[in-house]
Structure formats: structure tokens, C-alpha cells
Write a protein that binds this ligand. Sequence first.
Ligand code: BGC
Length: 723
Amino acid sequence: MWKITENSFDPKRLRHFETALTQGNGYVGTRATFDEHYPGEQRTTFVHGVFDDVPVVFTHLVNFPDWTALDIILAGERFSLAEGKLLEYRRRLNLHNGVLTRFVRWESPQGHVSKLIFSRFASLANQHLLCQRVLITPENYSGEVRIESRLDAGTDTMRYQQWNWLDQGVEDGSIWLRLQTSATKIEAAMAQKVFFSGGSEAEILMPNVVKMPSICTSCQAETGQTIYFEKFSSLCTSRECEDPKSGSLSILAEMAQEPWEAAYAANEQAWQKEWDRNDVLIEGDAEAQLALRFSIYHLLIAAPRTDEQVNIGAKTLSGYGYHGHAFWDTEIFMLPFFTFTRPEIARNLLSYRYHNLPGAREKALEGGFQGAQFPWESAGDGREVTPTWVPDPADRKSLIRIWTGDIEIHISSDIAFAIVQYWRLSGDDAFMAQRGAEVILDSAKFWASRLEWNPQTSQYHLSNVIGPDEYHDHVDDNAFTNYLTRWHLHTAVALAEWLKTYDAQAASLLFTKLGVDEQSLADWATMADQLYCPGENNQGLIEQFGGYFQRVDALASDFDPRTESVQSILGIEGANASQVLKQPDVMMLMYLLPELFSHETIQANYDYYTPRTDLTFGSSLGPSIQAIMATRLGSQADAYENFMRAARADIEDVRGNASDGIHGASAGGLWQAAVFGFGGLRVEDDYWYVKPHLPAHWKRLQFKFVWRGQEQLVDIRAQEEQS
Ligand code: BGC
């Protein structure tokens, strides 16, 4: 159960498959567009951390010159699926080794039939290497097979030209190109080399066309003769390489004798090593098995292995959605997968927040606060990059004000939460002392300055915020935000105490740097105690925010049948005025801090909020969390329904927006739903245990995780669960 397959070509699903079959290696991500182009495609190659300025949305991942493009001319006719007749078509992404293969039999407008087999991968063994191969067999004709390949400096990013061309050339049998981003001044170099065999002696030309160095290869092929075309591209940037041009050329110069076979084997081995650590085995449910591996694959290809200055965007490196910006999606949804299976990667991702403390401090200061306030959307340098206005999809001429960058402030605590979770699992005291503590303490300082004292209630409050449920903005005392803030302040005080004993000198240096002293710690503890966190009402319910219960009551199902979100139906104001939620909010709180709530309270809130949550067309972040909470309450049918909703998000494109890129949070949430939900894994301070709740038809669930540096294996069989 390792292969995602497309058995026939449907142009209507072009962009969906481009996203779903995206390839990558944690450094670069390339959508699965056709080598030879197709109308309406969205060709992108993104590299982590390579952003440049664009109007309105501030900054965007830059679209790199396309390494996959090939013009294939067969006996004078251009190969294109938009013309001629498609006799056979199969495409397959092998999740086990990241290789994408396409098998095509095509009849040209003049009746020439050719068989073409395309394969490509972004090497996991060498993240700067991109490999591609085409085998072409003329079936009923003989003639010239000509393939033209290039590095094109003219790539745009949603119609914005972000590259400045620097230089190009031909060297050691490779073409190369140097570019620089316009505003951020990141230099990139790409090189390319091809091998061509199988027909008459090949002719290779390397026209050094300005801004488009190219390689043109051609030969004569007889009927039934297979032509082998192999192409290797390399890519380096000034972010990680002193001299990107030499870096990319040397990768190609060092290629082995049989370059395709060698690169293929190295890539396969690297993937094997990954899956040995990360695979989750499900027996008895082929669809769930494939979907979970698909999600893990997408997390793995987006995961920075060698870079602590980058994060994973909400849509990974697989599409234009959200411009490559990172949200709380990383810390709360994707990060647990890495924390539990690849702590080195989790450390990199959390270090990104540490390195970007200056941006968070800037944001706090701009708002008139102290300490560090993390941006709702973050990109290259950690400053707030949430767009303030976006075009209204219903009327492109008007604009919608986006408030999340101003008032969705819970992200600072989400980051603290993820750091503590990583620390608990890994026992990485050095990370906590050197980096984590600074993040948590400085953002606690932000909270202390942000809390509002109300003499009437003699309590602190947080007004004018957005909680996880974004259908409701400008709300006061959002339960999720307030409880997480209280947790954050208490955690910061305890952490400061720990640091004093762990490394007194480091503690003293840090306190001086942040302007934190014993009095601040005492104040934080008092503020946490005096922060209003809504308790249960007489029905056992926690009010999502002040006045929520006064909003117009409505259930998500009141709007069924439908193909769009409740917000699209009611409008922004209408949804805000109703009780329908975009995604779990109180449930999200109970997921993260379960120890604060009794089983009965969780049940009462689950029963109330679930039917009011837009789980089908609201946020893709909702279903996996809902599934976990359902497993904890023994609602197996609901749990499975929501698990599969998350599982199908991108494979089936249930929301119709998979073309924008993979829903990274849903992928991470799916792993959590399998492991923490059905697997029932719970981690305490000094031990872990499982309390499985397998769906009735699952025969087995097996997964691994790393606990204090040691690999742990959990193997749950259906019979064992019943015993
Ligand atoms: C969700 C947010 C999420 C963002 C990026 C929004 O639709 O409501 O919770 O962070 O998408 O995925």
C-alpha cells in the first residue's frame, strides 16, 4: 500500500494531481506538472526560505526555474497530451521512494504512435540533486527524436517577476544559470546535464540563449528502438552555499558512472531509512493505510533536515496557497509527528522560532507591548506577514479585511506548548536552556503586558481576539486563548526555576537579557492565577468566548446539503453572528490541556460543540482533532468518520482546494489521530502508555516513536485490544 495512482487523465483534475503527487526532499518541492507542459498547469518549484517581496501579501516563496521542462519532438511533431490521441495513461507516485512515474502511449495528429515512460525524483540522499528520465519508443514509425531542455530565468510567481538574471554559461558538459531575488537578494544557481542514448549517434547542442541556457539533443530512432534520456539538475542558493554556482556544478561533475542507477539507489536507501523510523502500519483498512502514508510522505518531503532558519508553510512546498507562510499549523498539527519520530527535525523547526525572536519582538513593540509576540503568519525573517486585505472571492473588485495578523494571538502559546512537548519527549535540556527558555520567557513577557486588568471583576482579561475558530472575530475572553495563556505564564515561571538549577549562569544571563527578575516571575504567577478562564455553566459547558451563547443558535447540518462552508453561505457577518464554528475551539483546548477537564465536562462540550462545527467545509484542521476527542469519549463511529474526512482532504480533494497545495496541518493531524487517537498513546513525565481504541475493522496498528533518544515500538493487534 505505497502507491498513489492516476489511471486515466482527466484535465479537470490536473491541478489536484499536481499537488497530490508533489515531490520533494525537505529542501525543494516541485509540483507534479507534466514535463512537456499542459494548458492550465501550475508549474512550481519552491525552495525553503527563498522568499521575495510581493505586493499585498508581503512576501512569497519564489518560483524557481523549472527543472522538469522538456520539449519532446517526435518525427517533427511536438508531444503534448493536449493534442493527438491518448491511447494509454498511468501515473504513479511511489511513496516508498518518492519516484513519480508516468506511462503514456500517444498517437500524434499524424498517426505516429509512441510509448513514453517518464520518471523523476528529488533526491533525498542529496537534497540539491533532481533527477529525471524519459524512455521513448516509436512504435509504428522511425524518425528523429529530439528533446530540448532548458533553465529558464523568466519564471514568475503568480505573475510577479521575482528573479533578476545574473549570469549563465556552459561548463564541463553542463549548462548553468545564476539568478538573484529582487528584494531579498538571495542568489540561486542551477545547473543541468543530460545523457542520451539508444538511437543513432546523438547530436547535442548547448545554445547559450540569454536568460535561457538550453540543451538540445536529437538522434534517429528506428521503429521499436528505445531512446534513453536522462537529465540531472542541481540547485544551490546563497542561503546554504557560499558559491552557489560552483556548488551546483560540482554536484553534476561528481556524478557516478551510471548516474541514474547510482542516484536512484542512493535516494531509495535514504527513503528506506526514513520509513524505518516513521511508518505507521494499519492492517484491515487499505484506504486508511494509504492515506496515512500519503500524509507522512508529504510531511517528510516538507521537513527541513539541514536548516534551522526555515519553517513549513501551511501548504508545504506544494502550491501557492498561503504564499509559503507558516502558521500555528506547524507547532500544533505537524510538529508532533516530528517530535515523536524525527526529533532532529522538530528541533530545527523550533529553532526557527528562536532565530526569529527579533521579528516577534518587533511585532510586540509595534503593538505597544513588551517581550516577543509571534506573528500569525511568518516567512523568511519571522516578521508578521499576514496580508491585511485580500480580494473578496465573491466580488474580486472589493477587498476583505483580514484580522488574524492583528488579533489571532494564541500562536505565541502554541509555540511554547510545542517546545515543552518536544522537551518532554526528547529530554533535550540543552535545547531548552539555550533556546526554548528564551522563546517561552520572552513570550510570557508579552502576555504579561497584553493582559488587561478589570477592576470590576478583579481579574485579568483578553479582549478583542480571534480564537482557533475564525468564523468569530473580535471576541473577548476566548477560552482557548485564555487557558493557554494561563498555562504559558505558569510554565514560564516553572521553567525559570528549572533553569536556575540546571544552569545558574545561563539563567542569570537570560534574565538580564530579557529584563526578567524575581518580581516579574512572581507577577506572572499572580497574573496567571487572576486571569479569567471561563468555567463550566450549569450544563457543564465552557463558553467559547464571552457572549457566544447569545449568538444565533444554528447547527452546521442546518445548511446541508451543500458544497461550501457555512461562512460562504451566511457571509462573514452572518457566520460571526451564529454559533456555527469553523473548527473546534473549546475541543481544541480540551485536546491540548486534557488534565484540566473531567471526562463529563469533555463529553458535555463535545456533545454541544460538535454539531455546531463546520467539519465538512470549514477548516481542514478540524476533523483530525475531532477524531481524537471522539476516540477518547468512545464515539468510535464519529472518530472514524472524522479520521477519514482528514484522510481524504488531499487524496480526494474533498474541499475542492487541493490545487492550492497540500493541507499540511491535516496531514500532521491525521498522524496524531492514528497514534494519539486510535493508538491512544499518552506520554507522562516519566513514562508512556497506550490505551488503544482501534476502529472495529482494523486488525493491527503499529508505529514507532522516539522516547528520550530511544526508539519505542507499539504494535497493537485487534485481539489484544479486546482482552
Ligand atoms: C485556519 C487556520 C489555519 C490557516 C492555515 C485557516 O483557514 O482557520 O487555523 O492556521 O487556515 O492553514
